[in-house]
Design a protein around this ligand. Sequence first.
Ligand code: ADP
Ligand code: MG
Length: 708
Amino acid sequence: MPAPKPLSVPQKALHKLGLDRDIDLALHLPLRYEDETRITRLADARDGMAVQVEGVVTHQEVGFRPRRQLLVTLDDGSDTCVLRFFNFYPSQQKAYAVGAKLRARGELQGGFMGKTMMHPTCKAATGELPSALTPVYPTVAGLPQPYLRKAVLAGLGRADVSETLAPQALASLKLVSPNMLNLHSALQVLHHPGPGAALHELEDRTHPAWQRLKAEELLAQQLSQHMARRERDAFRAPSIASSSNSSNSNRDALHTQLLAALPFELTPAQERVGQEIAADLARHVPMHRLLQGDVGSGKTVVAALAACRCIDAGWQCALMAPTEILAEQHLRKLVQWLAPLGVQVAWLTGSQKKKERTEMLAQIASGRAHLVVGTHAVIQDHVQFQKLGLAIIDEQHRFGVAQRLALRDKSGPGSQGQEPHLLMMTATPIPRTLAMSYYADLDVSTIDALPPGRSPIVTKVVSDHRRAEVIERIRAQLTQGRQVYWVCPLIEESEALDLTNATATHAELQAALADLEPPVQVGLLHSRMPPADKKTVMAQFAQGAEHTQVGHPTMGVLVSTTVIEVGVDVPNASLMVIEHAERFGLSQLHQLRGRVGRGAAASACVLLYSTGDAPRLGELARERLRAMAETQDGFEIARRDLELRGPGEFLGARQSGATLLRFADLATDTALVEWAQATAPHMLTHHPELAARHVARWLGGRTDYLKA
Ligand code: ADP
Ligand code: MG
């Protein structure tokens, strides 16, 4: 048998672009068009116009000023034009010889010396003009436009593009976009628009043909997520009744006891999301809820209350955090809150001693541990729960979809095949359209107000030249018994450099603060430290507050790389200095800033920037720092971040599994997003076979539009 023919280079490239099926090719849409349908008379062409002209070569020479170039004079009877080529081949000299009839396309420049065109696209003027605009497709190396164009047209000819929208869906779409086309016509227009097509509408993607494609794409995304949601609804989860009485009627329910013991009242926002979660827990289907709330909005206590309900009903609960520092901090807080109520809390991390781990694993497997707090260690294979009822994931965007799925598989023998409920928390709010689009398979609860008594954080953008003033400010904070964070950037190319940076700053601050009396300790925390050392330093910094009565905190300043980015809570810290703030992303800056302003004291954030050798900061960096100075509202920050980065990057880190939208633009296509959101459930219920065909057409084998 002959070996299968290896794929050619362009075939491999097609595969790389995901263009395997006819329909994939048909849905591979042009980036832009070139207009080769018309010839413009040179006499009519004005300066700066992109035109195609046709004429006879009347002169050719190689010039040397200002540098070597090929000069070709074209005459079309109405006027002449000089075509200039700086890099040229002998073959071009031959093709553009005197007497040749040429078509040249490019931008015309008028001028003192007459009309010229720089590096026009030229070909022999033979045959008829094409009747349609020439599409230019997104491509990759090894896949030339003409080959791709041919493949796309062939695919378009063979693909099934019959209607998959239900009649009601079509009717409501016409309300959004009155000149809506069907898919077949829309694709015809997009792949070969006629000579009269509105080029600018095609290029800025407002043309009805684009509207149709965007609507289709958004609907596929919504449908796939609603399908995932319905699949999930077929699973069972423990119904955790939200009665106020516990199973033991002699005492109040655990969550009531916790509420009574807390030193504060819940905010109305916390109350509301608490109710939303309680209602989910009471159902027989697994909860998949995203709890979003700005940094410091008090998500932990909401999670603890949910855990109480679950434990009270006789189920175990797990809380997973992305870093050991954060997990440790949760542990401390939860033990403080729940241990007095008789809740047994276990602890799992990567750095744990073998003996302790064995003991913890035994507690978890037997069900003696009610609540398990930890890092990724919680989802490792050898961790066996007795009956897991609720899994809570803090800073969920730090985890991949696979890790979330792993938690769901951990329900344990006592659960009798029921899945745990899932509560995901995030401090990076997701702008509304983005949430509607990418989190349609999740329920979202939002804590939209901070606890009372927080004073706003004053943010200053300061050049690194004024470092000495900043250090003076640190001294002032320290003498008032306050604490200070100093964050150094992670230098991606070099972890070593990153370390040098942080250590140098650490030494600098130690020297600058050495004369304080009583002495102040400057701590150092970086990503390369062993977890145990990180823990010690963090604990020392957290304890600083307790020493304020006797003078300065023992550890007044914490110099750190971004390991403190997520969730660290030291209310006595009132000043945050971020060095090389221009290197951080907007959300990251906001997260970091959220480490201060947690107590009642007035807090400040100093964004130190350095332009290095450049005369000034880049545009984007400047925009980010400006946004930080202008607003403290996490939702506004997220909106601007989305604007600056686009959804791909915005979602990138948090949703590695998500297929991004190719055509629709969440910022401008809101009406279509809303249409798709309203249409998907209806189609699934009333036209399941159309819905299935639609999703298969758009997603093929990929069902990864975020299946949580
Ligand atoms: P985040 O939402 O960023 O995880 P935390 O749960 O860490 O925020 O809460 C931040 C701080 O606010 C903690 O010290 C917490 O005890 C406190 N806190 C939470 N809820 C309230 C409230 N209703 N009133 C006062 N303080 C609160
Ligand atoms: Mg938190």
